[in-house]
Design a protein around this ligand. Structure first.
Ligand code: BMA
Length: 313
């Protein structure tokens, strides 16, 4: 894939930037990390870590430049707690972080691997040490969720991905209090047939608020005879009615190409759960899980993504 849109993202030369070998305790793999910038500018990744039982927990890694010299918590930062939260029976996965200025806290939406499949769970934190769990907010089977950072029309908005086999679309739901959810609407549908994003799509990192709308990076899953291929595409949604899609790109903008993306515990996967935005307000640092094995970094220009959507959306 060396066509024009692959230029939207540039892989960091030291990819993958974090692997199991970097961990201070024995783990199988580290991938699909939520990301945020702390108030002092430190980049924080809340990494999905799969231990050697096959169960995942979350572990925080902090770095001044967001690239190297990561300070990794010496033990799991947020471990599954099935005694108190039975929905976390088989672990917790794929966190997406949104800072809510109104709450003065970070919301972490994550997948709780329940007895009946993946569900969406919510926890709040101020410091990524203590977490206040709200429990399951969307029952299984549902995942790939994130909150918008502010209320829209007086309500909180949650993007998520319920499964109604054989299809899975992106939905949005609203709440007055972050506990009771309703006004469910389809936000973006998976396409049909041979498309790269046919049958199954989902939100990747939380939406990016721009003057033109909510810029959404989403993943599409192509099922092939050799297995699934996870790639990323772009879409833009109305700022005050985010269920309204303004533009959608046809081609994927990022897909597995490098050896660490093509080969791993799960081949051919790029799966982004988080980003940080540089001081210029335009450079997006996208952190993505590569082949369910390591964490990699690609950078892109938000302005260039919007322009690309304008031309090809
Ligand atoms: C999806 C997600 C991710 C994972 C991907 C590829 O369903 O749940 O956790 O990276 O599969 O295995």
């Amino acid at each position: 894939m060396s066509n024009e849109n692959s230029q939207l993202f540039h892989r960091h030369p030291s990819n993958p930037i974090l692997t199991a070998a970097d961990w201070p305790y024995p783990v199988n793999s580290v991938f699909n990390a939520g990301a945020t910038l702390l108030s002092d500018g430190t980049a924080l990744l809340l990494c999905r870590v799969e231990d050697r039982t096959g169960i995942s927990h979350l572990c925080a890694a902090r770095s001044a430049n967001g690239i190297d010299d990561w300070q990794i918590d010496p033990r799991p930062t947020m471990a599954a707690d099935p005694d108190n939260y039975p929905e976390e029976l088989w672990g917790i996965e794929d966190p997406r972080i949104t800072y809510l200025p109104e709450m003065e806290q970070y919301a972490v939406l994550y997948t709780a691997f329940t007895r009946d499949g993946p569900g969406v769970a919510l926890a709040f934190t101020k410091d990524f040490h203590q977490f206040d769990r709200y429990g399951v907010v969307m029952a299984p089977e549902d995942k790939d969720a994130a909150l918008l950072p502010r209320r829209v029309g007086g309500h909180w908005a949650l993007i998520h991905r319920p499964v109604s086999a054989p299809n899975a679309h992106m939905w949005i739901s609203y709440s007055p209090d972050l506990r009771h959810w309703g006004r469910h609407a389809i936000m973006l549908e998976s396409r049909l047939g041979g498309w790269w994003d046919a049958k199954k799509i989902g939100l990747s990192p939380p939406p990016i608020e721009t003057s033109q709308g909510w810029l959404v990076i989403y993943h599409g899953v192509r099922l092939t005879a050799a297995g699934a291929i996870y790639r990323l595409g772009l879409a833009l949604f109305d700022l005050e009615a985010p269920e309204r899609c303004l533009r959608r790109g046809n081609e994927w903008v990022f897909g597995p190409e490098e050896p660490y993306e093509v080969r791993g515990d799960v081949d051919n996967v790029v799966f982004a759960c988080g980003y940080t935005i540089a001081a210029d307000g335009d450079t997006l640092n996208l952190y993505y899980g590569a082949a369910d094995t390591s964490i990699a970094l690609a950078t892109g220009s938000i302005g260039a993504m919007l322009e690309w959507l304008e031309q090809s959306g």
